[in-house]
Design a protein around this ligand. Structure first.
Ligand SMILES: [Zn+2]
Length: 378
């Protein structure tokens, strides 16, 4: 298949192609239908999984896409390309792959980042019976991010008031407050929810069941967003000095995991995180499995000239959800803008995504085989 042929135009097409290819390649396929939401034309929304390789494999690559909805177009293409290009026939002995297609099918289908409840799944995997992480600075920024109208006045206010807050608190603190996750404003940015989302609970349950006897788990969660053209950013959340970080460096290279290098690609020092899938899955499997991996970003969006441009796509999503509605006259053009940032049509982007994904799958599966061998020899 050509490098860009695995890209689909809609969630439903992507889903159908994933299921068909997985079955044709001998994958063991499961469906998890979201009972709480539908797609824009009433489509069924489902998280689908496919297992390739021996059921009793001691080392498994868990590979998710669509955690952030519309970011799933690239990850879905990477998964489909791997299946269609014969990936399942080249698995090293004792290594299997568990692919999870569309962790957030609502966002994928509607071309949005959050879930049906405006929840950012990479802030949601927490013990919600305990006090939530605080984010007091977000309170001050929230009104600026949530205008009633997406007009010039709102942009000027955001830039002027934002500049004042940056002068007082520093740029990084403001960026961090906006994106680290907040648990107080359900209509705001990076809302982490007040209970586990359907997506999180479903993923947790399936990972615990499917990987109950796995000893080494590799993890790739495909995302898109930062400015670029399909180049990769490896966001590893294993602490410095940990065996997980050592594995990731071994698979993908020291430079790719170097913190300064990652910050440079990301565009600033990485913000704080709470409630991410990476830690949730690691903890869910901690009794029996060692864990290594990363959120892997395909850089996708166009360069931005100021903070208002950088925040625009998130503001459009929030406006559609809470002010204008997804059936507003502006919806089609706003959704197209959002899609252009997360899933551009550019040929160069699509080609780079597939080339980089192929290399990453190869490196990760070889790394898992080696890790398995080393652990078996202990
Ligand atoms: Zn993302």
């Amino acid at each position: 298949m050509t490098e860009t042929a695995a890209f689909s135009d809609t969630y439903t097409t992507a889903r159908d192609r994933f299921l068909e290819a997985a079955q044709a390649a001998g994958g063991d396929v499961q469906y998890y239908v979201n009972p709480h939401a539908k797609g824009p034309s009433g489509e069924t929304l489902s998280m689908d999984t496919a297992w390739f390789g021996p059921r009793d494999a001691s080392a498994v690559l868990l590979n998710t896409c669509g955690t952030h909805g519309a970011e799933g177009f690239a990850g879905s293409a990477a998964q489909l390309d791997w299946i269609k290009e014969g990936g399942p026939t080249t698995l090293p002995p004792g290594v299997a792959v568990l692919m999870v297609h569309a962790v957030n099918p609502f966002g994928f289908a509607w071309c949005l980042r959050g879930t049906e409840n405006n929840v950012d799944l990479n802030r949601n995997w927490l013990d919600h019976s305990a006090p939530h992480p605080e984010n007091p600075l977000y309170e001050q920024i929230h009104p600026l991010l949530c205008p009633k109208r997406m007009d010039e006045k709102a942009i000027r206010r955001l830039l002027n008031e934002g500049a004042r807050l940056i002068a007082k608190h520093g740029l990084w603190s403001i960026e961090d407050a906006i994106s680290r996750g907040q648990y107080s404003h359900p209509d705001g940015f990076h809302f982490g929810g007040t209970s586990l989302e359907w997506s999180t609970a479903t993923l947790k349950e399936l990972v615990e069941r499917e990987l109950a006897t796995t000893r080494q788990v590799g993890f790739i969660d495909w995302h898109t967003g930062p400015v670029g053209d399909g180049e990769l950013i490896y966001l590893c959340f294993s602490p410095p000095g940990s065996p997980g970080l050592a594995q990731a460096k071994h698979w993908w290279g020291r430079e790719a995991l170097n913190a300064d290098h990652v910050d440079q690609l990301w565009g600033s020092k990485r913000p704080t995180r709470n409630g991410i899938l990476f830690w949730g899955i690691e903890e869910a499997l901690a009794s029996h499995a060692t864990f290594a991996g990363a959120v892997v970003e395909f850089r996708s969006s166009s360069p931005k000239s100021n903070a208002a441009e950088a925040l625009r796509v998130s503001m459009l999503e929030r406006w559609l959800r809470f002010e204008g509605g997804l059936d507003a006259p502006e919806a089609a053009s706003y959704l197209a803008e959002i899609r252009e940032d997360y899933a551009p049509d550019r040929e160069s982007f699509r080609t780079n995504v597939i080339r980089n994904a192929r290399t990453t799958y190869e490196q990760t599966l070889a790394g898992l085989a080696e890790w398995r061998g080393a652990d078996a020899a202990d």
